[in-house]
Design a protein around this ligand. Sequence first.
Ligand SMILES: Nc1ncnc2c1ncn2[C@@H]1O[C@H](COP(=O)(O)OP(=O)(O)OP(=O)(O)O)[C@@H](O)[C@H]1O
Ligand SMILES: [Mg+2]
Length: 255
Amino acid sequence: MSSARVFSVANQKGGVGKTSSVIQLASGLARRGETVLMIDGDPQGNLSLFFGASTPKDFSQLLPALARGEAVQLKEYIHRRVRRNLDILPVNNKNLKNEIPDTIIHEAGKIFVTFINSMKEKYQWIIMDSSPSNSPLERILVQSSDAVIIPLEFQLFSVSGLESILEEVNMCSTRTGRDIQVHSLIFTKAENRLNRVKTYRDVFSSFKIPVYEICKSEYIARSLEKSRTIWECGPASYAARDYQRILDKGFPVPV
Ligand SMILES: Nc1ncnc2c1ncn2[C@@H]1O[C@H](COP(=O)(O)OP(=O)(O)OP(=O)(O)O)[C@@H](O)[C@H]1O
Ligand SMILES: [Mg+2]
């Protein structure tokens, strides 16, 4: 099996569609027949909640275990088959940051990269959700990724937000000596009827990063409420069409 490509989905701004994008992209890849591991790196635990995932040990315990140099028993941490081909390493408690001091996160950073590398042999895709902040925790997720997906909303404030994320990704690349790419910008909740959207499209296309749009859709809101993916609750919806386009163009079937 080929080695997994690893993505973190990041934006320090809240509510921009990080978790929804992880859900729809990861489940879309799994539905295509490829093996996918999701990692819930957000202490809010929304991704884990969506999939009803629970494990004896969770992501908040993984980092200290790695920092202590302990051997990690994967079956304690990974909830298998939340859907066909789709596994998750969940977070079960809501106090991840309170419980893990930054020093441990720093110590675990390098080892986390090794951990992720070891997982690459087991899956074709690894996709990590992250929290709406810019702390050492989000940094170690970016540092262990091959590429970063940035969900955004069409807003003027998103430009400065994007610039700081790009700076952060560059810093992580330099620090690790790895070429961490920016995979794409995903504009969630896109509304074509708004005149300013055209202006924003022009502004964001100047960043020379692939740009995708997901239309604003009741199906996405419903999907989250009902814990059903867009493929399960609205496969013929415009939102599903938009996510499918990202899968087709941005996630080529591994050879
Ligand atoms: N395409 C869409 N159409 C309509 N609503 C959407 C769309 N995408 C996301 N949303 C809504 O936006 C809200 C925030 O989405 P989501 O939880 O995925 O964002 P997030 O970036 O993960 O938030 P946080 O920063 O708190 O983790 C949700 O209520 C979701 O239903
Ligand atoms: Mg989220």
